[in-house]
Design a protein around this ligand. Structure first.
Ligand code: URA
Length: 230
């Protein structure tokens, strides 16, 4: 099997573990586990916050208005959605679209770290506060750090981390949209830089990142969910 095919198979294994996950109370109210979708060999990965109602029903991330805006902004810099991989900080919808609680993020983050380890992106754009704080391992809010790319170690990977405003925050606030659009313009340049080589990572990165390994399987879940892998 080619390296790319191996990577897809390993991602499918992680997906199966996520579909069976009962590690936090969100499993009680979800319709589907929204694992993430896109190109398993992507150089560019986006990490949002949590699935909303549409995502929970369809099993795919960013299928609502925020997703349409994300796709439009990608198009404006010449990148198609199916070239990137899109995931979230937590894989199950918090009821009523409330913010994810810290213990839910903690219970779920190993899935995101496994995705990053397997996909090996060059650039990770964190969308909004939750993904940014998790992957930087620091408390700074998005308005302070958006648009500032930095080299960060996430488990065994060193990536270019690029915090961006969440597209949902830009939907009804023109000034946020303009900042997000301006930040998007730098994505092609970051991709051209390629993987950080010999560049010292900033900060400590996220705490408690362990290499992808076997996760305990919960009982099989009689539910849907999708893995749109290209
Ligand atoms: N917002 C997110 O953060 N993730 C989604 O999947 C959809 C909306």
């Amino acid at each position: 099997m080619s390296a790319a095919a191996d990577r897809r198979e390993s991602l499918k294994d992680v997906y199966r573990q996520a579909r069976a996950c009962v590690a936090c109370p969100l499993h009680e109210t979800r319709n589907t586990v929204v694992f993430g979708s896109g190109n398993a060999d992507a150089d560019l990965m986006f990490v949002g916050e949590a699935p909303g109602a549409n995502e929970d029903l369809q099993g795919m991330p960013f299928v609502g208005q925020a997703g349409k805006l994300l796709e439009r902004l990608l198009g404006e810099v010449g990148i198609a959605r199916d070239e990137v991989f899109i995931a979230n900080t937590v894989k199950c919808r918090p009821p009523g679209n409330r913010d994810p609680y810290p213990h839910e993020i903690d219970a779920c983050r190993h899935f995101l770290y496994s995705q990053i380890e397997l996909i090996e992106p060059v650039v990770i754009c964190t969308l909004g506060n939750f993904a940014t704080k998790l992957l930087r391992g620091e408390p700074d809010g998005i308005s302070r750090v958006h648009g500032q790319a930095e080299v960060r170690a996430i488990g065994p990977r060193t990536v270019r981390l690029y915090p961006l405003y969440h597209p949902a925050a830009a939907l009804y606030t023109p000034s946020t949209l303009e900042m997000l659009r301006a930040d998007f313009l730098r994505i092609p340049e970051l991709l051209r830089l390629g993987p950080p080589a010999g560049e010292e990572p900033a900060g400590e990165g996220p705490a408690g990142v362990e290499p992808a390994g076997e996760e305990p399987d919960g009982p099989p879940q009689p539910e849907g969910g999708q893995l749109g892998l290209f």
